[in-house]
Design a protein around this ligand. Sequence first.
Ligand SMILES: CC(C)(COP(=O)(O)OP(=O)(O)OC[C@H]1O[C@@H](n2cnc3c(N)ncnc32)[C@H](O)[C@@H]1OP(=O)(O)O)[C@@H](O)C(=O)NCCC(=O)NCCS
Length: 180
Amino acid sequence: MNAPAFLIERLTAPGIAGRREALANLLIACVADGGSLGYRAPLALARARTVFDELADVERNGQALVFTASVEGEIAGCVAIFAEKRETEPHIAELGKLMVHSRFRRHGIGGALVAAAERAAFEWGKTRLYLFTSDDGIAPAFYDRADYQRAGRIPEGGGLPDGTLVDALIFTKKLAGHAV
Ligand SMILES: CC(C)(COP(=O)(O)OP(=O)(O)OC[C@H]1O[C@@H](n2cnc3c(N)ncnc32)[C@H](O)[C@@H]1OP(=O)(O)O)[C@@H](O)C(=O)NCCC(=O)NCCS
C-alpha cells in the first residue's frame, strides 16, 4: 500500500460526539488486536461509546486536547492530552488514547498525531508530558523513536486486553516548542 494521505484535526466536544461511532470502532479494533489501552477484549460497542462520551466531557471541561487522523474521511487514529487544573504543576500533562488502526500503521500517522499533540500542549502552556504504557508490543519502541525518555517501571502496573499483567513503563518528554 502506498503511504496514505492523512489529515490531523483537533476535535472539540461536539466533534468527538459527532465521530463517536467511528472512534468507538477504532478503539474496539485496537483492543481486539492486542493494543494496551486499558480495556479488556472483546470491548463492547456500548462500553467503547462511553469512553468517548467521557472524553468529550473532559474536553468540554477544558482538561483535554483531542486529535484525530483521518484518511479519505475515515478515522484512522487518535490521541489525547490530559491536564487536570493543578495549581502547583500547571506545566505537566499526560499523553493518552494513542491508537492507529492496524490498516494504517507504519505510515507515520502515530508520529504525526503525537507531534500535533505536543505542539498544541506546548501552546497550552505544557512543557512536560508523561505517559504510562505496558511493556509489551509496539508502544515502547514507538515512544523511544518519538524521543520520549524512559523514566521508570512499575512491576505488574500494566495490563493486556486478555487480562495478563505486565510491567508498566513511564515515559516522559520535555517540550521546548517546535519549529512550525
Ligand atoms: C503505537 C501506534 C500508535 C503507532 O502508530 P503508527 O502510525 O504505526 O506509528 P508510526 O508509523 O508513526 O511509527 C513511527 C515509528 O515508531 C516505531 N514503530 C512503530 N510501529 C512499530 C512496530 N510495530 N515495531 C517496531 N517499531 C515500531 C518505528 O520506529 C516507526 O518508524 P518507522 O516506521 O520509520 O520505522 C500503533 O502501533 C498502535 O495504535 N498500537 C496499538 C495501540 C497502542 O499500543 N497505543 C499506545 C498505548 S500507550
